[in-house]
Design a protein around this ligand. Structure first.
Ligand code: UDP
Length: 343
């Protein structure tokens, strides 16, 4: 498979041509799935992007080589030097471990990587006088909400160390604003999915735990996927999730950066489409797009899975003018299939 280095970067004056001001932005975890899509979109809009990634989960081929700095977030001094050298105006912070099940087995790794790493980054931002950060948060901060759609002021009650690590970073950000005047936007993602239809980027987790790539893999290999429970209190008994296209997520980050640089106050926003789809509906969408049957077996529930997670994203729409371009599940699956078929 090719690399994004083979794709041509949009000229640096693209932002000016489109009426945008080019920004100097540092992206942590920019070689990962959502990070690389955001980096790609930022570059296409003419922004000056510096990527920090230790490549423990991300992929070198996702980022232009000259943009990538292989660094651990724990290296505060190196982050300070880099932010000063690049004169960064804002940070978009993706770098984190993301597997719920793993976090239940190895909580210390999650808290050290996700919380200590973020703290080191915030310390570096204070030293380098970078005043704005957009943080990758998650719907997992809400735990098992009793009703949907979920609003931003619902109780915060994570039910696993992964979600708790994100709650803790949101809490840290709450202190850095009044004390250091560091403003933040926390974007609480629902189910990131799909991929950019016009580039070589896609979802490549190892191991893969996410539903859509697993369903596509089942079609390709003939090995059945396990549906985690069909006895939930939902219309067809399988869990309902709000699948949000990764390009629409990337767009939310860019709007959030502009909002903060433009003087916006610290905020938290859900990012989802507002429409939920069950596991069975998702299987049907994959069958429609691929024209093939998805081999599956029904298994037991996966520990910690809430029956239904659907966002209200009205706040993001109203405050930042965001609206999803690829809101329907079929398009998301089509884009993911395009990537999966290429491999
Ligand atoms: N799921 C499933 N089988 C799998 C992987 C996921 O039935 O092999 C279900 C899972 O229980 C959840 C939905 O698909 O209801 C989405 O799971 P995913 O891991 O993609 O995202 P999560 O909602 O956990 O963030």
């Amino acid at each position: 498979m090719g690399t994004v280095q083979e794709q041509r970067e949009t000229p640096a004056n693209a932002a000016l041509q489109s009426g945008l001001t080019p920004r100097k932005i540092l992206v942590t975890g920019g070689a990962g799935y959502i990070g690389s899509h955001t980096v790609h979109m930022l570059l296409a809009q003419g922004h000056d992007v510096t990527v920090v990634d230790n490549l423990s989960k991300g992929h070198r081929h996702n980022v232009p080589a000259e943009r990538l700095h292989e660094l651990n977030l724990s290296d505060t001094a190196a982050l300070v030097r880099l932010m000063r050298e690049k004169q960064c105006e804002a940070v978009i912070h993706f770098a984190a471990f993301i597997a719920v099940g793993e976090s239940m087995r190895e909580p210390a790794r999650y808290f050290i990587n996700n919380v200590s790493g973020s703290l080191s980054l915030l310390d570096a931002m204070v030293q380098a006088e970078v005043k704005h950060i957009v943080f990758s948060s998650t719907a997992a901060v809400y735990g098992n909400p009793h009703t949907t759609p979920i609003l931003e002021d619902f109780p915060i009650q994570a039910v696993n160390p992964y979600g708790e690590s994100k709650v803790m970073v949101e809490t840290l950000l709450g202190w850095f604003d009044p004390i250091h005047h560091l403003t933040s936007v926390c974007l609480r993602y629902f189910n990131a999915s799909g991929c950019d239809p016009d580039s070589l980027l896609g979802e490549e987790h190892e191991p893969e735990t996410h539903l859509i790539p697993l369903l596509l893999r089942a079609v390709q290999t003939g090995n059945p996927v396990t549906v985690f429970g069909d006895d939930y209190p939902t219309p067809d008994g399988t869990c309902i999730r709000d699948y949000i296209h990764v390009n629409d997520l990337a767009q939310a980050h860019i709007l959030a950066v502009e909002y903060l640089i433009g003087g916006g106050t610290s905020e938290k926003f859900n990012v989802g489409t507002g429409t939920g789809h069950s596991v069975m509906e998702t299987i049907r969408a994959v069958e429609t797009v691929t024209g093939q049957k998805v081999p599956y077996v029904v298994g037991t529930r996966r520990e910690g899975d809430p029956p239904s997670l659907v966002a209200s994203s009205n706040k993001l729409r109203e405050r930042l003018g965001w609206s999803p371009r690829y809101a329907d599940l079929r398009t998301i699956v089509e884009h993911a299939w395009k990537f999966a078929s290429r491999k």
